[in-house]
Design a protein around this ligand. Structure first.
Ligand code: SF4
Length: 317
């Protein structure tokens, strides 16, 4: 269901409307929803106000917990997390105090948006979960009012892009090499990083960056590469109507790939780890062969990088 549903004339459906695009959720979220379903009465809202106030009522109350209630829950949760972290001697996991007083809900949403924007592959999956729509929803939905978490997501996504470009710019300035079919485009994008680094504060600034195709650069640490996204060249979503890369389905022959020396070092480290595993006597033969083969492929990619790498000042061969 989504709560901002309206008919063709703009009349609000107070009961909400079933989503055409289902939510995509990671396993802990599914588990949390299953637990909530058991807490509330049959057919009730997941955050049924009465059930969460521990009133023993047999039917759903038709009202969910309000802002003040949510704020109190989040602050209590943060206090519990900090207490547990201190008891376990994990001070680095204590939730820091906010210098301007408790801001519970707003801070929680910002934290959530930060993690969504920076989670590899999560950008797309969790964006769908929030009904956010650069990727999957219809133009009609996207044209409706966008606020709250959607704007925060844009700001954090733009900041994540800016962080990627700033890091790349610093690397290239310090002599780090880059290779791949999209290396030139990556260099061009990185050269623009100083213009907006640390300057993204408003939703409008974020939209300007996200709407600039020359800046669509995503680090993909899982695949040990960088995606310099160009929709027409993308191999990960040939048949899908989407304008964002599927980092979780990255194809090694895509023309949007660029690799820096750091990615190449990662390839070699990963190859070495696989080779160590592959010589273990405990491993079945076919599995050992597969690991060794994969290690060989990674070494080959690193070798290609070493051969093709360029610096911004050099012409590309
Ligand atoms: S396949 Fe291409 S467009 Fe898709 S994530 Fe990989 S590099 Fe980016």
């Amino acid at each position: 269901m989504f709560k901002n549903a309206a008919d063709e004339d703009g009349n609000h459906y107070s009961a909400g409307h079933l989503r055409e695009v289902p939510w995509v959720a990671i396993p802990p979220v599914v588990t949390a929803i299953r637990v909530l379903e058991r807490i509330v009465p049959d057919g009730g809202l997941l955050f049924d106000a009465a059930a969460h106030a521990f009133q023993n009522i047999p039917v759903a109350s038709a009202a969910s917990i309000g802002q003040a209630g949510l704020r109190g829950r989040i602050e209590a949760f943060a206090a519990w997390v900090s207490g547990l972290a201190r008891r376990l001697g994990r001070d680095q996991e204590v939730v820091p105090d906010d210098p301007y007083g408790a801001i519970g809900l707003a801070r929680f949403r910002r934290t959530l948006a930060w993690h969504i924007a920076r989670r590899p592959g999560g950008l797309v999956a969790l964006a769908i979960q929030y009904g956010h729509m650069r990727t999957a929803m219809s133009a009609g939905y996207a044209a409706r009012g966008r606020d709250g978490i959607h704007e925060l997501l844009d700001v954090e996504t733009a900041r994540a892009t800016a962080d990627t470009l700033t890091t790349l710019h610093e690397d290239l300035t310090h002599g780090v090499g880059i290779s791949g079919p999209a290396a030139r485009r990556a260099i061009h994008a990185a050269a623009q990083a100083p213009a907006f680094a640390g300057a993204i504060r408003t939703h409008r600034q974020a939209r300007d960056i996200l709407g600039n195709p020359a800046l669509s650069v995503y680090d993909n640490p899982r695949s040990l590469l960088m995606c310099v996204y160009n929709r027409d060249r993308a191999l990960c979503h040939r048949l899908e109507a989407t304008d964002a890369p599927r980092l979780d389905r990255c194809q090694p022959s895509c023309a949007n790939i660029a690799r820096t020396d750091h990615h190449a070092a990662g390839l070699l480290a990963h190859a070495e780890a696989l080779e160590k595993q592959s010589v273990s006597e405990a491993l079945p033969g076919p599995l050992a062969e597969r690991l060794a083969r994969r290690a060989g492929q990674l070494r080959e990619l690193a070798h290609h990088h070493e051969h093709d790498r360029i610096h911004p000042q050099e012409p590309m061969s």
